[in-house]
Design a protein around this ligand. Structure first.
Ligand code: NAG
Length: 417
């Protein structure tokens, strides 16, 4: 009887999620906003302006430097790509910055084996003042299909929050009706939970049914403080928010800052580890032409990408914190007997100079496999893996504002037989 109930519940939860076959793991790729914002003066800033050249150069590098091979497949333009006025009711790309139009760019990105994404806003205007999709939902959904778009971020500036939920559902229906499968990134929870005053809690069951991913919280900015502000949201609201993540439908804490100006190397490790634990989309927003080898190595770390992309799709959480050290955990594959493997990040908010020594046992991590675990260091693959048993005390030295990141895999029961 119990198993019938469980099967029934699983059936219901599948039936209630968006079923476009996309984003079975958190989307990976590149997105313009955090780093390039709304730079539109190509005479003054030719290397940075939102333009066909920028997108093509990023696409080229994603292939040439191994990002695509590692799983980063979407190339997404954010706001500020269109003309300020529609033509014959349609949004058109800025003629100076995208002289060959969006379909050309989409074809170019696809020719590289990548996928192409762009941006709209469910309001009268986008956040930066470009044409919004209110009153034009059907036209704009058809434009996306005509351009072979694979990913759409639908933002939520300049519209009544009351209208949002129905509008986003309607736009999803219209995209579906075009027959083009498009990853649907929704923004209404960010407006409900952060930007709107007074704030509101969105219905996450509706989100799951409507969108492949959704921004929950404030736009991330290029600083350690901004990164922590987002991490804190996911720590504090884990019970309410995390259970809604899963294959096809993800919480989105916003882009990775790695490679930009605001995070040190240690802080870059902290963002990467936390974002992997919370099953975040891995969307880079950086200038891949100038990234340092150290940061590139972090972003291409296959073991960490595998944690983020774990097929179970269970969003992890902050398990505990104390002495300025946070412990974040996420169940992942392989599952041995009844025990999951776990990704475990030790994240330091301390600033007292040296690596703080933090002692722990398996019980402190709530890891229960009787035969212990093989522990693999994900940031320093050269350090040998080690074994940890029930009564072992391990000391973790975490650099100030940095993170250490491990995978704990249960040791099988019959190993000694
Ligand atoms: C449209 O929705 C149906 C029903 O949920 C789904 O099976 C189909 O894959 C969707 N098509 C596209 C193109 O998203």
């Amino acid at each position: 009887m119990k198993s019938i109930i469980i099967i029934f519940c699983i059936y219901i939860s599948i039936a209630q999620a968006l079923d476009n076959g996309l984003a079975k793991t958190p989307p990976m790729g590149w997105m313009s906003w955090e780093r390039f914002r709304c730079i539109t003066d190509c005479d003054k800033y030719p290397d940075e302006c939102i333009s066909e050249r920028l997108i093509m150069e990023m696409a080229d590098i994603m292939v040439k430097d191994g990002y695509l091979d590692a799983g980063y497949e979407y190339v997404n333009i954010d706001d500020c790509w269109s003309e300020l006025e529609r033509e014959d009711g349609k949004i058109v790309a800025d003629k100076k910055r995208f002289p060959r139009g969006i379909k050309f760019l989409s074809d170019y990105v696809h020719s590289k084996g990548l996928k192409f994404g762009t941006y709209l806003d469910y309001g009268t205007k986008t956040c930066a003042g470009y044409p919004g999709s209110l009153e034009y939902l059907e036209t704009d959904a058809q434009s996306l299909a005509d351009w072979n778009v694979d990913f759409i971020k639908m933002d939520g500036c300049n519209v009544d929050t009351e209208k949002m939920v129905d509008g986003y559902i309607e736009f999803g229906r219209l995209m579906n009706a075009t027959g083009r499968p498009i990853v649907y990134s929704c923004s209404w929870p960010a407006y409900f939970e952060f930007y709107r005053k007074p704030t509101m809690i969105p219905d996450y069951e509706v989100l799951k049914k409507t969108c492949n991913l959704w921004r929950n919280w404030k736009d991330i900015e290029d600083s350690y403080e901004s990164m922590l502000f987002t991490a804190d949201y996911f720590a504090e609201h884990a019970d309410r928010v995390s259970p809604h993540a899963g294959p096809g439908h993800w919480n989105d804490p916003d882009t990775l800052l790695l490679g930009n100006f605001g995070l040190t190397y240690e802080q870059s490790k902290a963002q990467l580890a936390i974002w992997a634990i919370i099953a975040s989309p891995f969307l880079l927003s950086t200038d891949l032409r100038t990234i340092t080898p150290e940061i590139k190595e972090l972003l291409l770390n296959r073991e960490i990408i595998a944690i983020d992309q774990d097929p179970l799709g269970i969003q992890g959480k902050q398990l505990k914190k104390g002495y300025g050290i946070e412990v974040w955990v996420r169940p992942v594959l392989p599952r041995i007997g009844n025990e999951y493997s776990y990704a475990v990040a030790f994240v330091s908010r301390r600033t007292d100079g040296h690596g703080y020594a933090f002692p722990y046992t398996l019980a402190d991590l709530e890891l229960k496999n009787k035969n212990g675990y093989i522990v693999k260091d994900l940031f320093n693959l050269k350090r040998s893996t080690f074994e940890m048993q029930e009564n072992d005390m391990t000391e973790e030295r975490v650099n100030p504002t940095g993170a250490n990141f491990y995978k704990f895999t249960p040791i099988e029961n019959n190993r000694e037989l």
